[in-house]
Design a protein around this ligand. Structure first.
Ligand code: GDP
Length: 419
């Protein structure tokens, strides 16, 4: 696929959800991601006070909240130094909200599945995993709570294979566990990351310690073999007996992840802020940009014919309303994902689901601790619209006067709520 100049920004976009069994640590992981993305320019630098300041204190000061249906964050990749926009879409963890989970699956391009290292794959994680399968969502797994009593990385890896029937690809190996959890080894880059302060914000990167060498070499070999199965170039190198470069291995694992053939597994402790930065790097490395997922399809009014809407800000407008929230200050907030085209504030759109022309008022991008008013939302972006009176969850918004299409609907029955 050729990427035009106006689509270039999309290569640095990731729209993700964080999915988990209740209690596995979804909220904590999301909060830490927002904490690190909010201060990412300081990562790795020595800065008086901040590193030793209790994160909760900082969090309170910054008023971090994750109540928005979609939160826009920014992350500078620790290796490449490139800036990425990471939109985090809220996916409810409770089984009563199955329909909402499915709705959110519709608007995200990739997910982080969080597991409790002491529990492995729990029944509800299985439910969420199957939903992600139905929507074809590529995933990476985070084996959380490595600091907790009973934490066992291998349990999570084995459960992914046995209970979920998926191919786990550990790209990290923990150094220690429970109260002795000291850090993680990056199996791809063959480096050890020691968390040297109590809140994980200081990381000491070293060579792989001798005691872990055999184990990690063996795991790396398995990773290369799994990646070679999905990537011809890597298979070629493998058959020639040549070691792949880091870039070659990252690229092959990325391909396998996007094709949902392999699932990278990482570990850490969200509560202790350990490993979350590396998780963010992995989101960028392995989860797809909006250009790497199949284009959304719209069905024409008469039921005949289908139009695809590739992620392109210059294309025709195609957007989906996925959550309505009542805001005490501005009233009705309609959260939308723009698949194609550009939504402008003050413009008119056509709500194809309701057969109504609607006026777009102001547009907002939600950040962890602030809202940003913008004049446009482009393909691949998520944000909130103020002023739409009729749009409901699941409605299709298109350009005023364009051919009427309905985007692939969220075709799941409402759950029966037992009283
Ligand atoms: P959610 O229900 O998946 O959103 O889970 P929460 O993020 O609310 O976490 C559930 C409980 O697990 C809370 O008491 C957290 O403090 C705790 N928790 C989350 N992450 C970790 C971790 O890495 N280590 C430990 N020991 N506890 C954690």
């Amino acid at each position: 696929m050729t990427i035009t100049k106006s689509q270039q920004y999309l290569t640095h976009f990731r729209n993700i959800g964080i999915a988990a069994h209740i209690d596995a640590g979804k909220t904590t992981t999301t909060e830490r991601i927002l904490f690190f993305t909010g201060r990412n320019r300081n990562i790795g630098e020595v800065h008086d006070g901040a590193a030793t300041m209790d994160w909760m204190e900082q969090e309170r000061e910054r008023g971090i909240t994750i109540t928005a249906a979609a939160t826009t964050a920014h992350w500078k990749h620790s290796e490449t130094g490139e800036d990425y926009t990471v939109n985090i879409i809220d996916t409810p963890g409770h089984v009563d909200f199955t329909i909402e989970v499915e709705r959110s699956m519709r608007v995200l391009d990739g997910a982080v599945a969080v597991f409790d290292s002491s529990q492995g794959v729990e029944p509800q994680s299985e439910t969420v995993w199957r939903q992600a399968d139905r929507y074809g969502v590529p995933r990476i797994a985070f084996s959380n709570k490595m600091d907790k009593t009973g934490a066992d990385f291998n349990l999570v890896v084995n459960d992914i294979r046995e209970r979920l029937g998926a191919i786990p690809a550990p790209i990290q190996y923990p150094m220690g566990a429970e109260s002795e959890f000291k850090g993680v080894i990056d199996i791809i880059r063959m480096r050890a990351h020691f968390f040297t302060n109590d809140i994980g914000t200081e990381i000491n990167v070293t060579d792989v310690p001798e005691e872990y060498m055999d184990k990690v070499n063996e795991m790396r070999q398995q990773l290369i073999e799994a990646a070679a199965e999905v990537d011809e170039d890597l298979m070629h190198l493998y058959l020639e007996g040549e070691e792949p470069t880091v870039e070659q291995l990252v690229s092959a694992v990325r391909k396998g992840t996007i094709e949902k053939k392999i699932f990278p597994v990482l570990c850490g402790s969200a509560l202790k802020n350990k490993g979350v930065q590396l998780l963010l790097d992995a989101v960028v490395d392995y989860l797809p940009s909006p250009l790497e997922v199949p284009a959304i399809k719209g069905t024409h009014e008469d039921g005949e014919g289908v139009t695809e809407f590739p992620a392109d800000p210059d294309g025709k407008l195609a957007a989906l309303a996925f959550k309505i929230m009542a805001d005490p200050y501005v009233g009705r907030l309609t959260f939308v994902r723009i698949y194609s085209g550009t939504l402008n504030s003050g413009s008119y759109v056509y709500n194809a689901s309701k057969d109504k022309r609607e006026r777009v008022g102001r547009l907002l991008k939600m950040h962890a601790n602030s809202r940003e008013e913008v004049t446009e939302l482009k393909a691949g972006e998520l944000g909130a619209v103020i002023g739409l009176k009729d749009a409901g969850t699941g409605n299709t918004l298109i350009g005023d006067g364009d051919d009427v299409v309905l985007l692939e609907s969220i075709d799941v029955p409402e759950p029966v709520i037992k009283l």
